[in-house]
Design a protein around this ligand. Structure first.
Ligand code: NOJ
Ligand code: MG
Length: 602
């Protein structure tokens, strides 16, 4: 797995994983507090839903150009209903030259023609509302596109726009007269964070690609401008935002060189982001001030009608600092920052590693907050790569039974896999920027291939001769149609998991984890605070390659027999059919098998 993760999150993961390891456990550790009556209060929509991430370029193409669009999403709203997910987050669909596939925005208040129009957006938004599905927009405050009119005005030092971006004079000129960048700051996507502009005769800062100039948050006008764009979408009726790349919003104004990263990959090259400790460009305290202001704006809308506008933030920083993004009772910030811990899984990870990755959030999260979890997204290798293809059901089980909001990246429910992409087909700037020798390490294309609807041409995704990225070759077997028809499938496991989440009793109570069978089996017990039928669920996942027989009968709260609620695809024991009773003193688990048992809470 080493070297396979290649993006903004990657450099932090080693650290996140490293700091989460604790001594092996012998007893069941409650990780999420004791149940009490107050917990039986109804949860808010953003707490109980699964957030389903739609990567629009790859979801459904309606006009045959090989790239997904809004009308495509509209035609598939029924799929969200079938899955039972009650909120979708759509990666950016704003006007964009697509240098970073929508994360480079040239108009914050319009839709890119590739995806459709504002009317298409309104149609989607209404249809989702009719179906009780919340809509969360991706929002990118850190940078715009270099083709945004603000940038052009800034290049020409026009009025208030002159310092909308971060401009600096060169440090000097080299022997050939070429301007030298102000410092050694290195971009997330490799190479200098500084790009020379011939017209203005200054460098501008770009934490991501050079087509994504960073906005200058030292300038209050920029705050107002970005908050006005946020307001535009709130007025359009969106239910919240996934706020992109927030640690990059501010830069230290001394513009000092950043030191080398002592924890970094020793093989990393000088032009790589992971080679530096980003003390002057990442996670500056002012970030929280800006986000708190954004949250206040959301709360004004919440106060107007009582429907919560949710703010989830993408912040790839170590878990300890990440907790600051919740804010405080007096100054709330995000409803939750994304919990990336489970991206630390590899096929080599054991049950102890998994336990630590699951538990760390609850060890750090301040009491009154709500957790969340995800196992993949459009920036990382797919969950089936990180956990191993046979363990995708286990991955979905952990994700969906976790005591917090679960986030699913499109295709995880099918067990979609990464597809190898040739250098010629590579389009992701994170891959293109480092050249043919290193692109496989950094490109995010493998996890972004089109969604598999059925076994027809292009998996029913598009009628185009060529899609923007090639499809995975396994789409004829792994697709919605086939998996719905099969007796057992990842999709069916996923739908059952959503149903368990929807049972009210599940949402409350404790979450406890345990490692069994010499580090081979991971157990997670969710116990409801009230005594009800099937009020507790126990997940058992064999993380190893050997068959195991697990005895959980002496674990507190686990009765001698339990009902089999869900089991992974290809489960190797015939006596554990869904609905059957099973002795908890001998639960058979083949390699990478996982099972969910239900029983009354005590
Ligand atoms: C994080 C997004 O998830 C990623 O796809 C994007 O490239 C960067 N932020 C820059 O916006
Ligand atoms: Mg910035």
């Amino acid at each position: 797995m080493k070297g396979l993760i290649g993006n903004v999150v990657a450099f932090c993961l080693t650290f996140l994983v490293g700091c989460s390891l604790t001594a092996p456990s012998s007893s069941l550790d409650p990780t999420s507090g004791t149940p009490n009556q107050a917990e039986l209060e109804p949860l808010e929509w953003w707490q109980q839903t699964v957030v389903y991430q739609v990567y629009p370029r790859s979801f459904q193409d309606s006009d045959g150009d090989g790239t997904g669009d809004i009308q495509g999403i509209i035609s598939r709203v029924n799929y969200f209903v079938e899955l039972g997910v009650e909120a979708i987050w759509i990666s950016p669909i704003y006007q964009s030259p697509m240098a970073d596939f929508g994360y480079d925005i040239s108009n914050f208040t319009n839709i890119d023609p590739l995806f459709g129009t504002l009317d298409d957006f309104k149609q989607l938004s209404e249809l989702l509302r009719e179906n009780g599905i919340k809509l969360i927009m991706d929002f990118v405050p850190n940078h715009s596109s270099d083709l945004h009119p603000w940038f052009n005005a800034s290049v020409h030092r026009e009025g208030k726009y002159a310092d909308y971006y971060v401009w600096k004079d060169p440090k000097g000129f080299d022997a050939e007269g070429k301007p030298i960048p102000p410092n050694n700051w290195t971009s997330v996507f490799a190479g200098s964070m500084w790009e020379w502009n011939e017209v203005r005769e200054q460098f501008y800062l770009h934490q991501f690609v050079k087509e994504q100039p960073d906005l200058n948050y030292e300038n209050r006008q920029v705050w107002n401008e970005i908050l006005a764009a946020t307001k535009f979408w709130l007025d359009m009726g969106v239910d919240g935002f996934r706020v992109d790349a927030v640690p990059h919003i501010f830069e230290d104004q001394r513009f000092l060189d950043e030191p080398f990263n002592p924890w970094g990959n020793p093989d990393a090259q000088e032009d790589e982001y992971g080679s530096y400790d980003h003390i002057y460009t990442n996670n500056l305290p002012q970030v929280l001030d800006f986000l708190a202001e954004m949250r206040m704006l959301l709360d004004v809308y919440t106060a107007s009608d009582g429907i919560i506008r949710c703010m989830m933030v993408e912040s790839a920083v170590p878990s300890e600092s990440l907790m600051d993004y919740y804010g405080t009772e007096q100054r709330p910030i995000a409803h939750f920052p994304f919990n990336f811990n489970l991206l630390g899984m590899t096929p080599e990870s054991g049950a102890e590693d998994l336990k630590n990755l699951v538990d760390v959030w609850f060890q750090l999260m301040p009491e009154r907050n709500w957790a969340d979890v995800l196992i993949g997204n459009h920036d990382n290798r797919r969950a089936s790569t990180k956990w191993g293809v046979e363990a995708i059901d286990a991955a979905n089980m952990v994700n969906m039974l976790f005591k917090g909001t679960s986030v699913t990246y499109q295709g995880e429910e099918l067990g979609m896999e990464d597809r190898w992409i040739s250098w010629e087909d590579t389009v992701d700037p994170a891959g293109c920027n480092v050249g043919p020798d290193r692109y496989e390490q950094f490109s995010r294309d493998p996890a972004r291939t089109p969604f598999h609807w059925d076994n027809s041409t292009n998996a029913g995704f598009s009628t185009a001769n060529k899609t923007w990225l090639p499809l995975h070759q396994n789409y004829p077997e792994k697709n919605v149609m086939t998996e719905n028809a099969a007796e057992e499938s990842h999709l069916k496991v996923y739908k059952e998991l959503v149903k368990i989440r929807q049972r009210n009793v599940w949402k409350y109570g404790t979450q406890s984890t345990l490692v069994l069978n010499d580090g081979a089996v991971f157990a997670m017990l969710r116990a409801a605070p009230i005594s009800v039928d099937q009020g507790s669920v126990l997940l058992l996942a064999n993380i190893g390659d050997e068959s195991q027989v697990v005895d959980v009968s002496s674990v507190a709260g686990v009765p001698p027999t339990a009902t089999v609620l869900i089991r992974s695809v290809g489960f190797q024991d015939g006596d554990t059919t869904i609905g059957s009773q099973i002795g908890t003193n001998a639960v058979p688990l083949g390699p990478r098998n996982s099972i969910v048992l239900g029983f009354p809470s005590t």
